[in-house]
Design a protein around this ligand. Structure first.
Ligand code: PMP
Length: 433
């Protein structure tokens, strides 16, 4: 294959500068197997970011590969205007994992498209336009999802945010009211009522929120947060959509869906990423009644529901079940979180450790009292972790939260290695300053 320098040169000349890379010296990846990646020199890395939380059961998982290779050899593409067996099989399997009442899916190729379909469905179903999303939320890069996203850096000034309003996300570490849970009385959740009252005609199309915010820095609201929000939203005619693009498919360990950690049942779920273990696959699953909204006019997605993605999705869901992937996320994620909490006791840079299962975040601050975001330090930690052979991500409004979201086949040894590497990295960092 081409050398690393050639790859860089071609990318520079022919790929849009809007396509960004991580790291000062971008990492080139040429091979993957389960939770490991290899660069062009043959160096192995522990992948604790899974291609942005997407490789759910492992890179090139043998059972998934076998099934998708057979499908690719037989029929790669036809569209949903013809019948083929895979779409119904996958939709049925997915419905079996859904909360009661949610059974009909519309398949797309990405999380952004899934959210487009969800918002369109909510608007058509209710006849209302206004949508409530959350500060710190990320819902994608196409037009409507970008307007739902509430991070200045991810927004383009020319993209209109028509009918979208942002409420408070239940980010206790940085409470906008400077209160503490539970004596706060969930003021942030009840504030949704004000957002609706003052910024909308009173009737809304929907609320969309990530039960645990991913890009936003693994923000985990208090237990009752979504119960309060969903009740208010429904009172104002809106449906409730859980964006499970990052948190779904067992990642949070205890439950298959991240919203289940909050004791709520949404009216629709959007998903992508881990659903396809690496092929472009997304979807919106909702009730039969709400699903009728998409049948009012003609709407079409050429690649949505294609045989290769459907086959890979089905194989991925089967592996999650057969190999106890969710239980592994719970157990190994729990061990990893314990290790991170121990590091917090030793390293003042760690302000907060959050998350469930294998969806973890470590928020770095320069000072625990002022909570000044340690963003350059977070970037430095990422670089040094790479040097130690561990790939992690970062996020949060200030880019100061490390994100640890590996393929869910991570072992206890991998978890210990990750914690040890972070410990050494943070020691190195404090010795340097
Ligand atoms: N929703 C969430 C919660 C996400 O994290 C992302 C991607 N980071 C998206 C939607 C958009 O997905 P995609 O990049 O596949 O369009």
């Amino acid at each position: 294959g081409p050398s690393r320098d050639e790859v860089i040169a071609l990318r520079k000349q022919y790929v849009s500068p809007g396509v960004i890379t991580y790291y000062k010296d971008p990492l080139m990846i040429v091979e993957g197997k389960m939770q490991y990646l290899w660069d062009e020199t043959g160096r192995r890395y522990l992948d604790a970011f899974a291609g942005i939380v997407t490789v759910s059961v492992g890179h090139c998982h043998p059972k998934v590969l076998e099934k998708v290779n057979a499908q690719t050899g037989k029929l790669q593409h036809t569209t949903t205007i013809y019948l083929h067996p895979t779409i119904g099989q996958f939709a049925e399997k997915l419905a079996g994992e859904m909360p009661e009442g949610l059974s009909r899916s519309y398949f797309t190729n990405s999380g952004s498209e899934a959210n487009e379909v969800a918002i369109l469905s909510a608007r058509e179903h209710t006849g209302n336009t206004d949508v409530i999303a959350l500060r710190n939320g990320y819902h994608g890069g196409t037009s409507v999802p970008m307007s739902l996203t509430a991070h200045g850096t991810w927004k383009f000034p020319s993209n209109p945010s028509v009918g979208v309003h942002h409420a408070l996300p239940g980010y206790c570490y940085r409470c906008p009211f400077d209160l503490e849970y539970p004596s706060c009385g969930l003021k942030c959740a009840y504030d949704v009522e004000n957002v609706i009252r003052y910024q909308t005609p009173g009737q809304i199309a929907c609320f969309i929120g990530e039960p645990i915010q991913g890009v936003g820095g693994t923000v985990t609201p208090p237990k009752e947060y979504f119960q309060v929000v969903y009740d208010i939203v429904r009172k104002h005619g809106g449906i409730c959509i859980a964006d499970e693009v990052q948190g779904g498919f067992g990642r949070t360990g205890e439950h298959y869906w991240s919203h289940q950690n909050y004791g709520v049942v949404p009216d629709g779920i959007t998903m992508a990423k881990g659903m396809g273990n690496g092929v472009p696959l997304g979807g919106f699953t909702t009730t039969p009644q709400i699903s009728e909204a998409m049948a009012k006019r003609i709407h079409f997605n050429t690649f949505g529901g294609n045989p290769v993605s459907m086959t890979q999705g089905l194989a991925t869901l089967e592996v999650i079940e057969e190999e106890g992937i969710q239980e592994n996320a719970r157990v190994v994620g729990g061990r990893l979180k314990e290790g991170l909490l121990e590091l917090q006791e030793k390293h003042p840079l760690i302000g907060d450790v959050r998350g469930l299962g294998l969806m973890l975040g470590v928020e770095l601050v320069r000072d625990r009292k002022s909570k000044e975001p340690a963003n350059t330090e977070a970037a430095d930690v990422m670089e040094r972790m790479k040097e130690r052979g561990v790939i992690i991500g970062k996020g949060g409004l200030y880019g100061n939260t490390l994100r640890i979201k590996p393929p869910m086949c991570l072992t206890a040894d991998d978890a210990d290695y990750l914690v040890m590497s972070l410990d050494e990295t943070l020691n190195e960092l404090s010795n340097n300053t």
